[in-house]
Ligand binder design. Sequence first.
Ligand SMILES: NC(=O)c1ccc[n+]([C@@H]2O[C@H](COP(=O)([O-])OP(=O)(O)OC[C@H]3O[C@@H](n4cnc5c(N)ncnc54)[C@H](OP(=O)(O)O)[C@@H]3O)[C@@H](O)[C@H]2O)c1
Length: 275
Amino acid sequence: MRTYVITGGTDGIGRGLAMHLLGRGDRVIAVASGEARGRALLEEAARIDAADRAVFVRADLSTLPGMREVIRRVTQVTDAVDGLVFGAQRFRPQREETPDGFEFTFALAYLSRYVLGHGLVAALERAPAPVIMNIAGPGGLPGTIHWDDLQLRDRYTGMRASMQASRCNDLLGVDFPRLHPGARTRYVLYNPGFVRTGLADPLPAPQRIILKSLALMFAQPVRKAIVPIVRLMDHPPAEPVAAFFRHRPVPLTGEDFDRERAKRLAEVTRELVGG
Ligand SMILES: NC(=O)c1ccc[n+]([C@@H]2O[C@H](COP(=O)([O-])OP(=O)(O)OC[C@H]3O[C@@H](n4cnc5c(N)ncnc54)[C@H](OP(=O)(O)O)[C@@H]3O)[C@@H](O)[C@H]2O)c1
């Protein structure tokens, strides 16, 4: 039995993966902030006779105590983690600050992946073919890192914050082998393309309706979107880090994957999270 930790495992792509993995006999630790969807996942797991292999950890991954609590809970449940999937996200049209003083999207969509990915390396390395599956936006919409204003205090837009988090995740992935030389854990940066999920729910009415209509026409259903993700987790790439847009490999070239920028971001981030 393999063990997977899935942030955002109670909705959208994360939930689709959780149910698929439970259905085939694996253990899933799903992390999310909302109790109701967590309970619903456990009920669904019970319906397919997987109650004893489904764990829900309620934590707010936009906060440092929430991130650290997840590491603590996961290591209580298991010694080894076969797969760590990052899927927690929540679009914020207006700028919000977390109790730790970070911009919300920066904290949830990037910092939590930094803290959990590095914090769970020892557990990953105990598995036979461990993978970190960082579901974000490599090779997708352009975006930039605002080095002088990482917390986006000036000129905030939800899109700018999401795109910055995506670029930070690109650098987080390429920097992983430098920080963990010789690790067996494979780091996959994965862009699922447009997928029909609750992604648009936090948007104001006009944009929400437009995005939901577009999703009906152009987005993939979750059951289809998870197929290449599961394949990559079952057959991790040979290279320590690789990026994909759906099935298509994304070359790790250019500014988005620049090793020096990756090192710079890691250093800034280490300061922010206090080591
Ligand atoms: N859908 C797409 O078209 C698309 C495209 C490109 C990339 N992606 C990426 O794919 C991943 C999954 O996206 P999705 O559309 O499947 O997401 P989704 O359906 O919106 O689900 C998001 C999940 O994150 C959890 N979450 C939200 N805030 C949280 C918090 N503060 N702490 C812990 N968990 C939290 C949610 O549960 P709670 O609200 O209960 O906490 C939920 O389980 C994301 O990384 C996204 O950026 C998606």
